[in-house]
Ligand binder design. Structure first.
Ligand code: 2NL
Length: 369
């Protein structure tokens, strides 16, 4: 390095002394080199050895991989110390070139080897430090996390939906705040029907209401989908009931709806028998004639449970007026629907005596499921 600077200074001085601008500066430098004495050549050799020693101690002290890289650039880089010497090689007297060149390459290889060794050592150190820092005590006691479980309402909903999905139904949901149209009007429930009484429904100041069943979801579904329709709608519903052991103001319902050409009451019976058989096991079932504004004919279904008839579900053939409201021709399409309360199912299945228990979030109760 030092040497190069010296030579350039001489070269510049020599150009400066020439009156005309020099057209071929490298020729001028060459001339200067060829005039070099034996002392200057051995000087160069000494400088190369000096460079190697310098690299050896600097690299040996390099604290990290970044420092190694900086040293690599400083010694071996394109603009590094050794390149500076190699670059000047062509300007040496021809007889000295091979020797100095060989020496320069020797130094270069030596420095590269020193760098590689130090880099490997530093990497090994880094791995050792990390391994020590990340040592895992496999004998340490674990962190206790209590195992959660499904709420009986959630597991009842899941079980019912699994069965209907197995029968080819699609699960749908919709808003809990509804318009009068989707909750009543489209379901053949006229304005003077008792279900629309202020005493049964939570009306909101803007004229909307809290849905009293999930049928509204199915009306919305019919607006968006062409038959054949197989849809099941689970969700929270609201009624202005006096809360007691068997009534809550907020409870959960699952409704199903099937619309197609040629669906009959027999299709409905088969579907409901299959579903109840899956949920309750092999139980006796009976259909009793009933009334709902949105179905005709309508029925209520009881299961023989622990020796007694228990009402569990309402159903019927979709009323032609409901089909018409959904834009379907009742001469072409028919369908059946059914609805049941999830709490009631859960209470029957798990022998829960009071509906309020399933909302109380009392772990002593919930842990049993
Ligand atoms: C019950 C009885 C029922 C329906 C719900 C329904 C829905 C549409 C059209 C016709 Cl979109 N019907 N749903 C039909 C019969 C009974 O629920 O006791 N629910 C708790």
């Amino acid at each position: 390095m030092l040497y190069t600077v010296k030579v350039l200074a001489v070269a510049q001085a020599s150009f400066g002394s020439t009156a005309a601008p020099c057209r071929n500066p490298s020729a001028a430098i060459l001339q200067l080199f060829s005039a070099m004495t034996a002392t200057q050549v051995s000087d160069l050799e000494a400088q190369l050895s000096q460079l190697q020693a310098e690299a050896q101690s600097a690299i040996g002290e390099a604290p990290d991989l970044d420092a190694i890289e900086q040293l690599r650039v400083a010694f071996l880089g394109k603009k590094g110390k050794i390149s500076a010497v190699l670059g000047a090689m062509g300007k040496l007297p021809a007889e000295d070139r091979p020797r100095i060149g060989a020496k320069a390459n020797e130094v270069k290889d030596a420095v590269q080897a020193i760098l590689d060794r130090r880099r490997t050592d530093l990497q090994a150190d880094a791995i050792r430090v990390r391994l020590e820092a990340e040592t895992l005590d496999v004998t340490a006691p674990g962190t206790y996390r209590p195992l959660g479980r499904k709420h009986p309402l959630a597991s009842t909903i899941d079980k019912a939906l699994d069965i209907f999905v197995g029968l080819g139904y699609t699960v749908a949901d919709g808003p809990e705040m509804e318009t009068d149209y989707y909750n009543f009007e489209a379901l053949n429930t006229p304005a003077d029907h008792p279900a629309r009484d202020m005493a049964d429904t939570f009306y909101l100041p803007d004229g909307n209401l809290l849905r009293t069943h999930t049928s509204s979801v199915q009306i919305r579904y019919m607006e968006e989908h062409e038959p054949p329709i197989r849809v099941v709608a689970p969700g929270r519903v609201y009624r202005r009931d006096q809360v007691d052991a068997t009534h809550a103001a907020v409870f959960h319902q699952i409704e199903l709806l099937a619309i197609d050409e040629g669906l009959t009451f027999t299709d409905m019976k088969g579907t409901i028998e299959t579903f109840l058989g899956e949920i309750f096991g092999e139980v006796e079932i009976r259909f009793r004639a009933s009334y709902f504004p949105f179905t005709e004919p309508s029925a209520e279904v009881d299961v023989k449970w622990k020796g007694r008839w228990l009402e569990v579900l309402g159903c019927g053939m979709v009323d032609p007026n409901v089909l018409k409201a959904a834009g379907l021709d009742p001469e072409v399409y028919s369908g059946f629907a059914a609805g049941f309360g999830v709490e009631r199912f859960a209470m029957v299945l798990h022998q829960i005596d009071d509906i309020r228990r399933v909302y109380a979030s009392d772990l002593r109760f919930l842990r049993q499921f």
